[in-house]
Design a protein around this ligand. Structure first.
Ligand code: SF4
Length: 298
């Protein structure tokens, strides 16, 4: 196997990838050439604040954080001139069918820009062919409790590595390490208006960040009758989109947050670690609402 001199971290900025970055910054694992963060431009403020504090630590340790972006996911979804990369929105068909729109956003806004950056840094930007043997190691923050999500890369120029698995660390080890070294309260990394948020997230947003809550409520209303692009193209949605699984407007949802005692971890959306059903999931049933393929969910 060829030895790579390119060693990058896929930085989702959640608990596990933050801990992986801190491990490298403190010299507890080999360092990284850079950490790459894919910015959808619609992360909660708390995530950007956390990213800023990570950046200070990483920069001091000589690890640049590269922010790449394929655009502003919120603005693009509402732009009639922009192709809609489908978000996993909850759908309600004209006859009450319940489903979920296909998820293309993680690939479009997270995986693709990271791959493009890696190719560029290897010296073979798209569409140049990357020669065999030119490979970058990509560290992905998967801990022992998520080992089922550890997979090989799907392209020859990347080799996925899993420093937390090598250490045998669980998520709780990451939290403890972050806290021990001055990084308590690492937020969940996900778009502000991600339909995968649970009621605990929505309730906290509503209570603690009224402007961000209003932003999500406005997006929910704006996307109700399908993407701006589909409507502009004369392909309106036969049904409705919703951000919340109750399939009522977000500001009318009866939120049922978990009690503080219920220690349930709901992971965020890392480029390669999103735990939610994706395009290849088999636990859903395809149905169609208008032009949008959707899947029935339990
Ligand atoms: S956080 Fe949600 S909306 Fe954002 S890219 Fe991931 S799945 Fe899509």
């Amino acid at each position: 196997m060829s030895t790579s001199i390119h060693r990058y971290l896929s930085l989702g900025a959640g608990v596990q990838s933050s801990a992986t970055l801190l491990l490298a910054a403190r010299g507890d694992i080999p360092t990284f050439t850079a950490a790459v963060f894919a910015d959808t431009a619609w992360e909660p403020t708390a995530v950007y604040q956390h990213l800023n504090r990570l950046e200070r630590i990483a920069t001091e340790a000589g690890i640049p954080i590269i922010r790449v972006s394929a655009g502003d996911i919120r603005a693009d979804a509402l732009d009639p001139a922009h192709r809609f990369a489908s978000m996993p929105l909850f759908t309600l068909g004209p006859d009450g069918e319940r489903g979920m729109a296909r998820r293309q956003c993680t690939s479009e806004y997270k995986i693709k820009p990271i791959k493009a950056e890696i190719r560029r840094r290897l010296g073979y930007p798209h569409p140049r062919r990357v020669p065999a043997g030119v490979v970058a190691d990509i560290a992905i923050g998967i801990s022992l409790d998520e080992i089922g999500r550890a997979r090989d890369a799907d392209v020859g120029y990347m080799r996925n590595i899993f420093p937390l698995l090598d250490l045998g660390w669980r998520r709780s080890d990451c939290v403890a390490y972050l806290e021990r070294h001055g990084l308590p309260g690492t937020p969940k990394s996900s778009c502000l208006g991600c339909p995968f948020h649970d009621d605990t997230f929505w309730a906290a947003l509503k209570a603690d960040s009224p402007a961000e809550w209003a932003d999500a409520v406005a997006f929910d209303a704006a996307i109700r009758h399908g993407s701006a692009r589909a409507n502009a193209d004369g392909h309106p949605l036969r049904g409705q989109f919703f951000l919340h699984r109750q399939r009522v407007p977000l500001d009318q949802v009866v939120l049922r947050p978990r009690s503080a005692a219920a220690d349930v971890d709901v992971p965020g959306c890392g480029p390669w670690t999103c735990p939610h059903p994706g395009d290849t999931s088999t636990d859903t049933t395809d149905i169609t609402v208008g032009t949008a393929p959707v899947r029935e969910v339990a």
